[in-house]
Design a protein around this ligand. Structure first.
Ligand SMILES: Nc1ncnc2c1ncn2[C@@H]1O[C@H](COP(=O)(O)OP(=O)(O)OP(=O)(O)O)[C@@H](O)[C@H]1O
Ligand SMILES: [Mg+2]
Length: 249
């Protein structure tokens, strides 16, 4: 689903503050894999997600999505494959607009073909059905403005909006780290449910040791722009908290 071939990324090349953020990264992520991406501050995790999504151009190397070479594709051209979730629950939403209006914007952005877009009854029912999956009761409050909701509620809704576009890949950069512990659990559970229910391929960055052990089918640890560890299946499930703690730098 995602394939990186010898990706390098250097910021401020040739200047005193030159940073080599990604060093010769080659990586293949299969369809429906759920990767937990960990590593210390500045190890290159966000840059890796940005290079996959096209927000940041790779200095060298190739990127494939579904076996299509997208290295030269702009971010918006890759958005038909990729949805993104950030740390700040308000990123990508319009805070003053209602839940329904935000979903309308989300569907306009991604131009979902076979759904008449608007605030009409059919669209409302469609959104209600999607939101109900979260089990937060928000489907009865579609007219509430986004900024009247808690951070966790907003983040959970952002997750649902992300799947409106039928993207196959979801990249989540510390989706729960700005939330209180209880809400963080709710958002992680919502993320897992959506990833599973929609059969998405996911890469999730976290600094939370417990989440690293509880979620995902694969764990990748980065250090100074390189992949240091890459574990799946039994190897991942056998990991202990003490062991993983060291990988966070
Ligand atoms: N736009 C940029 N311009 C210059 N340097 C950058 C830029 N983006 C990232 N870097 C540098 O690249 C390196 C990797 O940064 P990155 O944000 O990918 O790390 P990270 O693993 O996501 O860290 P954190 O856990 O703190 O979020 C860091 O040294 C950072 O300062
Ligand atoms: Mg980061």
């Amino acid at each position: 689903m995602i394939r990186l071939e010898e990706i390098n990324k250097t910021f401020n090349k040739g200047e005193a503050n030159e940073v080599s953020a990604l060093k010769n990264i080659s990586l293949e992520i299969k369809e429906k894999e759920f990767v937990m991406l960990v590593g210390g501050n500045g190890s290159g995790k966000s840059t890796l997600l940005n290079v996959i999504s096209g927000k940041v151009n790779a200095g060298s190397g190739k990127i494939f999505l579904d076996n299509i070479d997208v290295t030269r594709f702009e971010e918006y051209q890759r958005s038909k494959w990729i949805a993104r979730i950030f740390q700040d629950p308000l990123t990508g939403t319009a805070p003053d607009l209602s839940i329904l209006e935000n979903f309308r914007l989300a569907s306009l952005r991604t131009q979902k073909k076979n759904l008449s877009i608007g605030t009409g009854k059919k669209f409302q029912e469609f959104v209600k059905e999607k939101i109900a999956v979260l089990g937060l009761g928000l489907e009865t409050r579609l007219n509430r403005p986004m900024n009247s909701l808690s951070g966790g509620q907003r983040q959970a809704l952002t997750l649902v909006m992300a799947i409106m576009c039928e993207a196959k890949v979801i990249l989540l950069d510390e989706p729960s780290s700005a939330l209180d512990p209880k809400t963080a659990v709710l958002v992680m559970q919502s993320a897992e449910k959506i990833i599973r229910d929609y059969g998405l391929t996911a890469v999730l960055v976290t600094h939370n040791i417990k989440d690293t052990l509880s979620y995902g089918s694969r764990i990748i640890q980065m250090d100074e722009g390189r992949i240091m560890r890459d574990m799946r299946g039994y190897e991942k499930s056998a990991l202990k908290a003490g062991e993983v703690a060291e990988w966070f730098g």
